[in-house]
Design a protein. Structure first.
Length: 599
C-alpha cells in the first residue's frame, strides 16, 4: 500500500509502506510482492502530463523491477528506464517504444511480443532473455549483451547492433533487414532463415554460426570472421565479402551470384553446388576448398589460390583465372569453355574430361597435369608448359601451341590434334610459322615414341607444310589477289627477301602435291594412274601401236617395246616422257614406302 503524502527520497512518487525513502518503482526486491500492476500504474503521472513531457514521458531510471510483471497496461512507452533492473521480469506484450533502457538489466526477462521500436538499449544485459516476436525496429542495441537470447521471428529492421554480443543467440527467421551488426560477436549464433538483406556485418565474428537458408543479399560483410559457419542454401547474391574469413565454412548450394569475394579466405570451405556466377574472387584463398558442381560462370578468380581444391564438374564457363595458383587442383569434368587461365599454375592438377574449348591458357603451367579425355579444341596454349602432361584421349584440334613445351607428353590413339587452325590464322611472318612447325614436330615425336605411326605421319605432313609457309614468308616474291574492274586477278609483287626461300617453298609445294611430303603413297598413285591413262590415250591415235594399254604399261615400267614403234613424233615424245616419268614415280614410290617405316 502506498503512503498517502510522504514523497520518496528516490523521486517525487509516494513511498511504499515499510520503505522510508523508496517508491514502488525503486523499492527493494524484498517488496516485490507489492509491485503489482495496479500499484505501478497508480504511481505514474497522469497521461495529460506524460503527453506534454519531452523527451521522455516519465523517468524510472534505476527502477528495481526484477521478477515483476509489466503488461501493456503500464504506460512505459517513451519512458526513461536507464539502469533499471528488469532481470527475470515478464514484459511480454509490453509497449516500450522509444524507451531509454540504457545499461538496464533484462537478463532472463520475458519480452515475447514486446514493442521496443526505436528504444535505446545500449549496453543492456539481455542474456538468456526471450524476445520471440518482439519488435525492435530501429532500436539501438549498441554494446548490448544478448548471449543465449531468443530472438526467434523478432523484427530488428534497421536496428543498431554495433559491437553487440549475440553469442549462441537464436535469431531464426528474424528480420534484420538493413540492420547494423558491425563488430558484433555472433559466435555460435543461429540465424537460420533470418533476413539480413542489406545488413552491415563488417568485422563481425560469426564463427561456427548457423545461417542455413539465411538471406544476406546485398549485405556488407567485409573483413568478417565466418570460420566453420554453416551457410547451406544461404542467399549471398550481390553481397560484399571482401577479405572475409570463410575458412572451413559450409556454403553448399548457397547463392553467391554477383557477390564480391575479393581476397576472401575460403580455404577448406564447402561450396558444393554453390552458385558463384559473376562473383569476384580475385586473390581469394580457396586452398582445399570443395566446389563440386559449383557454378562459377564468368567469375573472376584472378590471382586466386586454388591449390588442392576440388572443382569436379564445376562450371567455369568464361571465368577469369589469370595468374591463379592451382597446383593439385581437381577439375575432372569441369566446364572451362572460354575461360581465361593466362599464366595460371595447374601443375599436378586433374582435368579429366574437362571442357577447355576456346579457353586461353597462354603461359600456363600444366606440368604433370592429367588431361585425359580433356577437350582443348581451339584453345590458346602459347608458351604453355605441358611437360609430362597426360593427353591420352584429349583433343587439341585447332589449338594454338606456338612456343609451348610438350616434353614427354603422354598421348594415345584417341588423342586428336590435327591442324593448329587458330595459330595458323594468326600467323604473321616466318617466326610464327617456325613456332607452329616446332609444335607439330614435338607432337610427331610424341606419337612416334608411342608407336602411333599414323598420327606421327600426319604431324610430319603438318610440320613440312608449316616449313613450306615459313619458306614462303622468308621469300622474295609474294602473291596476292587484287580486284580489277570487279574481277579477281592474280597479282605478284617483288619484295625484300631470300630468293632461295622461294625455291624452297616451290619444292615444298611440289612435294606436298606429289608425295604428300614423302609419306602419302595415295597421291603418288593418282599421278601414276594419270600418266598411264594419258599416255594410253595418246598411243591409241598412233597407227603403229596395235595395243595402247600394253604399250603404255611396258613403257611406264621399263622402256617402249621394240615390236611396236610410234609413227607420230608427238606420240614418240609422249613415250619418252612416260618412260622418264614412270621411272621417277616408281623411284618415288619406293622412297615413300621406305620413308613411312621411319615413323
Amino acid at each position: 500500500m502506498l503512503a498517502a503524502v510522504t514523497p520518496a527520497a528516490c523521486c517525487f512518487r509516494p513511498t511504499v509502506d515499510g520503505e522510508a525513502d523508496r517508491c514502488v518503482w525503486h523499492a527493494g526486491q524484498e517488496l516485490s510482492a507489492r509491485k503489482t500492476v495496479d500499484a505501478l500504474v497508480e504511481s505514474c503521472v497522469p497521461s495529460t502530463i506524460r503527453d506534454q513531457t519531452r523527451p521522455f514521458a516519465e523517468h524510472f531510471g534505476g527502477a528495481i523491477l526484477s521478477g515483476c510483471t509489466l503488461t501493456d497496461a503500464i504506460p512505459v512507452a517513451r519512458t526513461a528506464l536507464y539502469g533499471a533492473d528488469l532481470s527475470g521480469a515478464t514484459v511480454s506484450g509490453a509497449v516500450l517504444s522509444e524507451a531509454n533502457l540504457r545499461g538496464a538489466d533484462l537478463s532472463n526477462a520475458d519480452l515475447t511480443g514486446a514493442d521496443l521500436t526505436g528504444a535505446s538499449l545500449r549496453d543492456v544485459d539481455m542474456r538468456d532473455a526471450d524476445l520471440e516476436n518482439a519488435d525492435l525496429t530501429d532500436a539501438n542495441l549498441r554494446g548490448a549483451d544478448l548471449t543465449d537470447a531468443n530472438l526467434r521471428s523478432a523484427t530488428l529492421t534497421e536496428a543498431k547492433l554495433f559491437e553487440t554480443t549475440l553469442c549462441k543467440a537464436y535469431l531464426g527467421r528474424a528480420d534484420l533487414r538493413g540492420a547494423n551488426l558491425e563488430n558484433a560477436d555472433m559466435t555460435g549464433a543461429n540465424l537460420g532463415r533470418a533476413d539480413l538483406t542489406g545488413a552491415v556485418l563488417g568485422r563481425a565474428d560469426m564463427t561456427r554460426a548457423t545461417m542455413q537458408g539465411t538471406v544476406l543479399s546485398e549485405a556488407s560483410i567485409g573483413r568478417a570472421v565466418m570460420r566453420q559457419t554453416t551457410l547451406y542454401r544461404a542467399d549471398l547474391s550481390d553481397a560484399y565479402l571482401g577479405r572475409t574469413d570463410l575458412s572451413g565454412a559450409n556454403l553448399s548450394s548457397a547463392d553467391l551470384t554477383g557477390a564480391n569475394l575479393a581476397q576472401v579466405d575460403l580455404s577448406g570451405a564447402n561450396v558444393r553446388d554453390g552458385d558463384l556466377s559473376a562473383v569476384n574472387l580475385g586473390r581469394a584463398d580457396l586452398t582445399e576448398a570443395t566446389l563440386r558442381n559449383a557454378s562459377l560462370h564468368e567469375a573472376n578468380l584472378r590471382d586466386a589460390d586454388l591449390g588442392d581444391a576440388v572443382l569436379e564438374n564445376a562450371v567455369l564457363h568464361e571465368a577469369t583465372l589469370t595468374d591463379a595458383e592451382m597446383p593439385n587442383v581437381v577439375l575432372d569434368g569441369a566446364d572451362l569453355h572460354g575461360a581465361t587461365l593466362r599464366d595460371a599454375t595447374l601443375s599436378d592438377g586433374t582435368l579429366r574430361e574437362a571442357d577447355l574449348r576456346d579457353s586461353d591458357l597462354e603461359g600456363a603451367t600444366l606440368v604433370r597435369t592429367d588431361l585425359v579425355d580433356a577437350d582443348l579444341a581451339a584453345t590458346t596454349l602459347r608458351r604453355a608448359d605441358l611437360t609430362d602432361a597426360d593427353l591420352r584421349g584429349g583433343t587439341l584440334a585447332g589449338s594454338d601451341l606456338r612456343g609451348s613445351v610438350l616434353r614427354n607428353v603422354e598421348v594415345s590413339q584417341g588423342t586428336r590434334c590435327g591442324r593448329q587452325t587458330r595459330a595458323e590464322r594468326a600467323a604473321v611472318g616466318a617466326e610464327a610459322w617456325d613456332q607452329i612447325a616446332r609444335a607439330y614436330n614435338t607432337l610427331k615425336s610424341a606419337f612416334s615414341e608411342g608407336g602411333l605411326v599414323g598420327k606421327a605421319r600426319k604431324h610430319h605432313v603438318l610440320e613440312r607444310r608449316a616449313r613450306g609457309y615459313e619458306a614462303k614468308a622468308n621469300g622474295a616474291i609474294s602473291g596476292s589477289l587484287q580486284f580489277a574492274e570487279g574481277k579477281r586477278v592474280p597479282s605478284f609483287s617483288r619484295e625484300h627477301g631470300n630468293v632461295g626461300a622461294d625455291a624452297a617453298y616451290i619444292g615444298s609445294w611440289l612435294s606436298r602435291v606429289t608425295t604428300g611430303f614423302g609419306v602419302r603413297p595415295f597421291r603418288l598413285t593418282l599421278w601414276m594412274l594419270f600418266l598411264f591413262a594419258i599416255s594410253a590415250v595418246c598411243y591409241e591415235v598412233d597407227p603403229g601401236i596395235s595395243d595402247s594399254i600394253y604399250y603404255s604399261v611396258v613403257t611406264f615400267t621399263t622402256a617402249p617395246p621394240p615390236e611396236s614403234e610410234p609413227t607420230l613424233q608427238v606420240v614418240r615424245a609422249v613415250a619418252l616422257v612416260e618412260t622418264f616419268g614412270g621411272t621417277l614415280l616408281i623411284v618415288l614410290l619406293g622412297y615413300i614406302l621406305g620413308n613411312r617405316e621411319r615413323f
